[in-house]
Design a protein around this ligand. Structure first.
Ligand SMILES: [Mn+2]
Length: 333
């Protein structure tokens, strides 16, 4: 296993196909572990310089994009989100996450699986296509980190995870509950999918928690809500403790809508709401969730056309890296 957590990559031939040239890891990486210096400004843009591969033999986590934005209620553009997050992730792929004492990429074998295909001309077929795409990964006992895409995609992704793991505890960072009442289970709407997830038992609301909300929805469906005011007033450490109490030892699906952040930090998203979390608050909460039993994760709603200097996509890539750290801490340490 490579161990480059001190950022001193070994430039030996074993890690490259051609004997030592450390570039284009998206094609030429042999060892799935570790990070190697590579220019942030060049090369094929995979997530975190992982190898693009659909061979999941021996792989712990597959990263995949779902370039969807047709379920959005306001500004579109999240179909470019997976691409935007991958671009900004290359800036992170030279050093381990700051708040952790290990690099998840040293102990998790991770590949970039590429994107989910669906026919944009047949939007009604999209949910089944996404669920099948995630299912094919999970059937190899590989976990999935999904990059969105508007938040609707989490519903078919959740359904695939629930088939494997049973009803899940949902950990949900967002400005919005996405549990607004919707009588039609066939509707494809990024504001109602967790209503359906709760009603169909895909998630167990008794052990689910939403963080950072700041939009009205009187019916919480029994989900614990720690709204944006609670984060600002209680502070991230107390919030993390409360989250751990709610989740207990249940298997967790962790979804992050980037609009959990204040639009000052994440303008590149479809439905921004002021008064949100700072990146530091969100990172501190995540760092203090070590040990939660996360089995699946996503980062959604990054919309590069509305972004400024890639800051929203950078936050998305950073949070995805944190999710990998949480996954590694739960299952590989
Ligand atoms: Mn949202």
């Amino acid at each position: 296993m490579a161990n480059n957590s001190d950022n001193t990559a070994d430039n030996t031939a074993e890690n490259t196909a051609d004997g030592g040239i450390k570039t284009d890891n998206a094609f030429r990486r042999i060892d799935p572990y570790g990070i190697y210096p590579e220019p942030t400004y060049s090369g094929a843009i995979s997530f975190m310089r992982r190898k693009f591969s659909r061979d999941l033999d021996g792989i712990d986590v597959a990263v995949t994009g779902v370039p969807l934005d047709t379920a959005t209620t306001n500004r579109p553009g999240t179909r470019f989100g997976p691409r935007g997050i991958r671009i900004e992730s290359t800036e992170l792929a030279w050093n381990r996450p700051y708040n952790w004492d290990f690099d998840p990429l040293d102990i998790l074998a991770v590949v970039d699986y590429g994107d989910c295909y669906f026919d944009h001309g047949r939007p009604e077929n999209m949910p089944a296509a996404v669920e099948a795409h995630i299912t094919e990964i999970l059937e190899t006992d590989t976990a999935v980190l999904t990059l969105g895409g508007d938040h609707f995609l989490t519903y078919p992704v959740l359904c695939a995870h629930a088939k494997k793991h049973g009803p899940l505890a949902l950990l949900h960072f967002d400005a919005h509950s996405d549990t607004w009442e919707d009588p039609d289970p066939q509707r494809i709407d990024h504001g109602t999918m967790f209503y359906h997830a709760a009603k169909t038992g895909v998630i167990d609301t008794d052990v689910s928690v939403q963080v950072g909300l700041r939009t009205h929805n009187p019916d919480t469906l029994g989900i614990t809500v720690l709204d944006a005011n609670a984060v600002h007033e209680m502070g991230p450490l107390a919030i993390a403790e409360k989250i751990k109490q709610v989740l207990g030892d249940r298997k967790v699906y962790f979804t992050i809508d980037i609009d959990c952040l204040d639009p000052a930090f994440a303008p590149g998203t479809g439905t921004p709401v002021v008064g949100g979390m700072t990146p530091h608050q969100a990172l501190t909460i995540m760092r203090n969730l070590e040990g939660i039993k996360v089995v699946g994760m996503d980062v959604v709603e990054v919309s590069p056309p509305y972004d400024v200097s890639g800051v929203t996509a950078l936050a998305g890539a950073t949070f995805a890296y944190e999710q990998l750290a949480l996954y590694a801490a739960a299952w590989k340490r």
